[in-house]
Write a protein that binds this ligand. Sequence first.
Ligand SMILES: Nc1ncnc2c1ncn2[C@@H]1O[C@H](COP(=O)(O)OP(=O)(O)O)[C@@H](O)[C@H]1O
Ligand SMILES: [Mg+2]
Length: 222
Amino acid sequence: MTANGRDTVLETENLAISFGSRELWSGVSVTVKSGQMAALTGPSGSGKSTLLNCIGILERPGTGAIRFDGRELTGMGPGAARRFRRDALGYLFQNYALVENATIAQNLGVALRARGRRGGDARRATAEALERVGLRGRERDRVNSLSGGEQQRVALARLLVKEPSIVLADEPTGALDRGNSEVVVKLLREMADAGACVVIATHDDWVRDQCDEVVAVDDYTG
Ligand SMILES: Nc1ncnc2c1ncn2[C@@H]1O[C@H](COP(=O)(O)OP(=O)(O)O)[C@@H](O)[C@H]1O
Ligand SMILES: [Mg+2]
């Protein structure tokens, strides 16, 4: 269920993609309901990141359709795709994708301003998100002074304040120890419980086992 109480579905229908004459995968039909976490598994090079990037409208599949909440993402022009990414999508990367020379609060501020939240409201939202990821009171710390696990928590806090309808996580625990991996999965689960469709590309068997459904991308490779 979304925040407005409706069930939403993210689905891909018969997707295929080729690079040159090489078909990477084909026939990919995946359904992720709001409230669910889906794992994309498969060996390195099987096309997990490429599939995530297609769902995130960063790449276009050769054939097939991707729909979310009745809207077709595959046919969007650049402006609509940009707005959809800004308003509905949250990306979590293995390398965190933070502004390293800025503070934690400044990193969250970008996402908050995109939602029209400023001043005291933004400060409260920042404090609440940092509390949830276990970084209470760390607003002024610079990202480049943090450990990898802490940086991934900042990236999660940035997602929490963005409140995306779709969360795409690419190997989010790839560089983390078990304790930090558990924090990441717990927070992704909380975002699903709040109504997001969560898709996680992972080669971590423990992460896969925490998901509601598993899509083995290598089943679709040529
Ligand atoms: N833009 C591109 N042009 C050519 N080949 C690409 C492109 N994007 C991905 N590939 C190839 O597709 C394959 C799958 O990559 P990727 O989606 O990163 O796999 P995974 O995330 O499962 O490791 C790789 O062989 C990669 O080189
Ligand atoms: Mg990958």
